[in-house]
Design a protein around this ligand. Structure first.
Ligand code: MLT
Ligand code: ZN
Length: 460
């Protein structure tokens, strides 16, 4: 089927206004947030509900055309945009923004895959609830995208990753059938857990359309502190003490270089009189004021300086030094982003070794989520000819110290060919078998997560 004919069929399902073929209208869907990953879509299709998604997937399958689902396009591993060669239909879920009533007894709510996280937060907070996952990109990141990537973010130390906060999903499978696992039953031992199979599947097994989310109580009293420290070892020592506190919600680190770049690009004033090697942003929250128990830990800790915020606005000001890292790095260039986890005991050594691994081929900015050993290794000024070697050097070292090549951003296109570094041949064979079973024609997000297998007859 040619593109014009497919476009006419799709327009009959979603309406003319929601099939975009004009390159100017497609452009914002075709390049990701980093500017690194880009590819031309055959068409951008914007269905309004599950039935339209199912019909879109069916029409594309019948035409042998691959589909790339996209939420807020805030992904960082190239999974949310077409391949460089292009030709896929980009299926935008952004119109699926429904939100159901909160079920306070079950502590759950059902949302559309295209609902931005910030809108969910605005919906549940006035009712005394919170979604456990929070991210700097909350205004654009959609719940469907967060589930597809099993996003982590800033509060994993208390609430876990997105996986732990999803009770069920609805999804359109590659053949256009609809999987409904939205009942949200806390106990349901009837066979394979299909929700968890789809969480983190990065658009390769199904198109997520709705989700049943777990909610946690909104904790109104919070204290935020920015700690200046000698080293990552000192940060880990403070973290070990902080983890004794039930109220700990956030422990994020960054370094002197990162803070200097954030101040340069954002115009924020310096948080302390002098720069320090390492900074740790911590936040404690509770129904009762956690300020005192936090102060007790910090009084005993080996810190150079502390800025404490007791008011919410001051807390947001301190958090900005951490949250504005991504945009500040983007303002300095297109980064090579390597999101990895290493065991905590290996973290200081890994960061210390990084300059040696890079051997002058990149300017590194390292920050991230300390409690999970989740390092965001952002590399600027990497020559295109060095990108592969630099990536391999860093990821191989991650594997050697027992870490994972993807902590929370997913594998995407960026790391598909490095998957073998931290997943065994047996793991990858099982993943391939699942993919083959659920998407036999290989039409969902080809090239993402698993390296593509050449298939006669499949067109992009
Ligand atoms: C973050 O923690 O800020 C995000 O994962 C984004 C990033 O790594 O740039
Ligand atoms: Zn992160």
């Amino acid at each position: 089927m040619d593109s014009d004919r497919l476009a006419r069929h799709l327009a009959a399902v979603v309406g003319d206004a929601h099939v975009l073929s004009d390159p100017a209208l497609r452009a914002s869907y075709e390049t990701d947030f980093t500017g690194r990953y880009t590819g031309p879509a055959r068409l951008v299709v914007r269905p309004a509900d599950t039935a339209q998604v199912a019909e879109t997937v069916r029409l594309c399958r019948d035409a042998g055309v691959a589909v790339v689902p996209q939420g807020g396009n805030t992904g960082l591993v190239g999974a949310s945009v077409p391949s460089p060669a292009g030709g896929e239909v980009l299926l935008s879920l952004r119109r699926l923004t429904g939100i159901g009533p909160i079920d306070p007894g079950a502590r759950q709510v059902t949302v559309g895959a295209g609902l931005p996280l910030a809108e969910l937060q605005r919906h549940v907070r006035p009712n005394g609830w919170e979604f456990g996952v929070d991210l700097a990109s909350r205004d654009s990141a959609t719940l469907g995208g967060m589930i597809a990537t099993n996003a982590g973010g800033e509060r994993v130390v208390k609430y876990g990753t997105t996986r732990a906060n999803v009770a069920g999903v609805e999804a359109v499978m590659a053949d256009g059938s609809v999987l409904d696992r939205l009942a949200g039953l806390p106990k349901d031992n009837t066979g394979y857990d299909l929700t968890n199979l789809l969480v983190g599947s990065e658009g390769t097994l199904a198109v997520l359309t709705r989700a049943r989310l777990r909610l946690v109580p909104h904790l109104p009293r919070r204290t935020t502190a920015l700690l200046a420290l000698d080293s990552l070892e000192a940060a880990l020592a403070v973290l070990a003490e902080l983890r004794l506190l039930e109220s700990l919600e956030l422990a994020e680190f960054f370094t002197a270089d990162g803070l200097a770049l954030v101040m340069e690009k954002s115009g924020l004033p310096a948080p302390f009189r002098a720069p320090h090697p390492v900074y740790l942003l911590v936040e404690c929250a509770g129904r009762r004021d956690p300020a005192e128990e936090l102060a007790e830990v910090l009084d005993q800790a080996d810190v150079r300086d502390v800025a404490v915020a007791l008011q919410a606005a001051d807390g947001r000001r301190l958090a900005a030094y951490r949250e504005r890292h991504t945009e500040s790095i983007n303002a300095a260039g297109i980064p090579l982003k390597l999101d990895v986890t290493v065991p905590l005991a290996e973290l200081p050594g890994f960061v210390a070794e990084l300059p040696g691994l890079l051997a002058g081929r990149a300017r590194p900015y390292v920050f991230g989520h300390l409690a999970e050993g989740n390092l965001h290794v952002n590399l600027l000024e990497v020559a295109p000819a060095d990108e592969d070697a630099v990536t391999e050097a860093v990821l191989a070292r991650v594997a050697a110290v027992g870490g994972s090549i993807s902590a929370e951003h997913g594998v995407g296109r960026a790391k598909a060919r490095h998957l073998h570094l931290t997943r065994s041949a047996a793991d990858i064979a099982v993943m391939r078998a699942v993919k083959e079973a659920l998407d036999p024609a290989g039409l969902l997000s080809p090239g993402t997560l698993l390296p593509p297998v050449a298939r006669p007859g499949a067109r992009r």
